[in-house]
Design a protein around this ligand. Structure first.
Ligand code: PGA
Length: 255
């Protein structure tokens, strides 16, 4: 399995940012990892066109229903129609600012998987929860409640993103990352059986070119979810180049 390096542009990027997509697409085929870029929904179709099919493009959220009276929302089928191949779900900013529960995240992930999207399901503890020694309890609970039972390595990856590390420049120690990823791996195997063994577990939160090599070499780290450092193609590519080999044998590709 190849590592997955996913970029999350959040609410950044207008037409001008398509230059970065073109730069990424020009290099994406030379990488040892799979590269995925999730721009804002307004740029999806143009990013797909700009990528010329050489770079997978994804959404940042979707609704759990196929269609309906949900003003402002986007369905998984709409993402597929716009050319997306993946979708990020349950990002802590959605959980925090839009009050998304793990049950909603699970329903969204199911809808994404049914539509044929690779779903990236995010989990992670707050700083207060870590200080209280609750990080594993919180992440274990989010994982169990957010992952659809039919998740497998082809249609799902988990992103561990400690909330306090996002956009802060702070990261857990490599030991802390390894401990949490090992804990998530155990949880995946318990919840999903053999499908949980090969599922990629991405680390997210202040990943940048300067720390990517050591984070991506850490046990059970199957890739990264990158926010700020994905906005510039050069930085994002430097992170992607930190992946030098396969993390496992069977390579599911972002379809
Ligand atoms: P960051 O964001 O890389 O800017 O810390 C990561 C994320 O929120 O996915």
């Amino acid at each position: 399995m190849r590592a997955l390096i996913a970029g999350n542009w959040k609410m950044h990027g207008t037409s001008q940012a398509l230059d970065e997509v073109r730069k990424l697409a020009a290099k994406a085929q030379d990488l040892a990892c799979e590269l995925l870029l999730c721009p804002p929904a307004t740029l999806l179709e143009r990013a797909v066109a700009a990528s010329g099919g050489r770079l997978a493009i994804g959404g940042q959220d979707c609704h759990w229903e196929r269609a309906g009276a949900f003003t402002g929302d986007i369905s998984a089928a709409m993402l597929v129609d716009a050319g997306a191949r993946a979708v990020i779900l349950g990002h802590s900013e959605r959980r925090q600012f839009h009050g998304e529960s793990s049950t909603q995240v699970q329903n969204k992930a199911r809808a994404g998987q049914e539509a044929g999207l690779m779903t990236i399901v995010c989990v992670g503890e707050s700083e207060a929860e870590r200080q209280a020694g609750q990080e594993k309890a919180v992440v274990g609970e989010q994982l169990a409640a957010s992952l659809p039972p039919l998740s497998d390595p082809q249609n799902c990856a988990v992103a561990y993103e400690p909330v306090w590390a996002i956009g802060s420049g702070r990261t857990p120690t490599l030991e802390e990352i390894a401990a949490m990823h090992g804990f998530i791996r155990e949880g995946l195997c318990r919840l999903l059986g053999p499908a949980g063994e090969a599922m990629r577990i991405l680390y997210g939160g202040s990943v940048k070119p300067a720390n990517a090599v050591e984070i991506l070499a850490t046990a059970e780290v199957g890739g990264a979810l990158v926010g700020g450092a994905s906005l510039k193609a050069d930085d994002f590519l430097a992170i992607a180049r930190a992946v030098t080999g396969k993390i496992n044998q069977d390579a599911p590709t972002v379809r």
